[in-house]
Design a protein around this ligand. Structure first.
Ligand SMILES: C[S@@+](CC[C@H](N)C(=O)[O-])C[C@H]1O[C@@H](n2cnc3c(N)ncnc32)[C@H](O)[C@@H]1O
Length: 257
């Protein structure tokens, strides 16, 4: 099929997927942050069942797998990411305990009370924070944990430019106390919250994109969709550098009551 015959949506989807699949991470984070969040989770054993929802190519999943016992299922909507996830698991000899599956976070392939731990870095926004907390809860055993990262405001007030950007991109962004109240309301004990350090965004997410953007723009020279997509990525990064004292990702860890 030529590009002209693809719907713009399908082309966007493939482009975005190609762009992010060249990177180790598809969102802000770091192995240190994954391990810090994990330090609040107890009672995992060889029998534990863990899900990493919106796992991408599995950067954080492999860190997790190297530090916890049990079986881990990664779920992601994009086949390209899941294929890379499974080849990463094999490279690290984790293929017997770590499996990537194509699926939607809106229709998870688990039984009620099957899971000991739900992990999700930079992905719950796709379903929405409150909806994800509420809908995923039934898959956890009582006493099981959920650990997610979520865009959050650090202050009650912020400059109009960044406020408008986020309200358009993700209207559910909110302050940390409001997010914690939502965790409690959804039926979890809020066990811990901490802010991801800036290196998770800068060194691990925006800086690796600079070289990829050049390669991508050369490959798709003259392609308006590709150019608009990269301009958008660059704008988002510039806003982060300008306004990073007002927002960031926060790791929220809850325990099912
Ligand atoms: C910002 S990336 C984060 C990926 C990875 N957790 C990380 O931190 O590197 C968000 C991920 O959510 C996935 N995603 C988006 N909508 C989804 C859905 N409805 N169900 C499952 N995964 C989804 C995307 O394909 C992408 O891999």
């Amino acid at each position: 099929m030529s590009d002209e015959n693809k719907s713009i949506h399908e082309f966007d989807f493939n482009l975005i997927c190609e762009y992010f699949s060249t990177m180790e991470r598809q969102g802000p984070g770091s192995p240190e942050v994954t391990l810090k969040a994990l330090s609040f989770v107890d009672h995992l054993s060889n029998e534990s069942r863990i899900a990493d929802i919106g796992c991408g190519t599995g950067g954080q999943t492999m860190t997790l797998a190297q530090h916890v016992p049990g079986q881990i299922t990664g779920i992601d909507l994009f086949t390209t990411f899941v294929d890379l996830f499974n080849s990463n698991a094999t490279k690290l000899n984790l293929q017997d305990r770590v499996k990537g599956v194509v699926g939607s976070m809106e229709n998870l392939p688990f039984q009620n009370e099957e899971l000991d731990l739900i992990w999700s870095e930079g992905a719950i926004y796709n379903i929405g924070f409150e909806r994800g907390l509420n809908e995923w809860r039934r898959f956890l055993k009582t006493g099981g944990y959920i650990a997610v990262t979520e865009a959050s405001w650090f202050t009650e007030k912020r400059p109009v430019e960044i406020d408008e950007f986020w309200k358009d991109a993700y209207p559910e962004i909110d302050t940390i106390p409001n997010k914690v109240a939502q965790i409690q309301k959804a039926g979890y004990i809020p066990v811990a919250t901490f802010i991801l350090p800036e290196n998770c965004w800068i060194e691990n997410f925006y800086v690796p994109q600079i070289a990829s953007q050049e390669i991508f723009l050369k490959k798709y020279a003259g392609n308006k969709t590709a150019e608009a997509f990269i301009a958008n990525e660059r704008h988002e990064a510039q806003l982060y550098y300008k306004y990073k004292e007002f927002y960031g990702y926060v790791n929220y860890i809850g325990k099912k009551i």
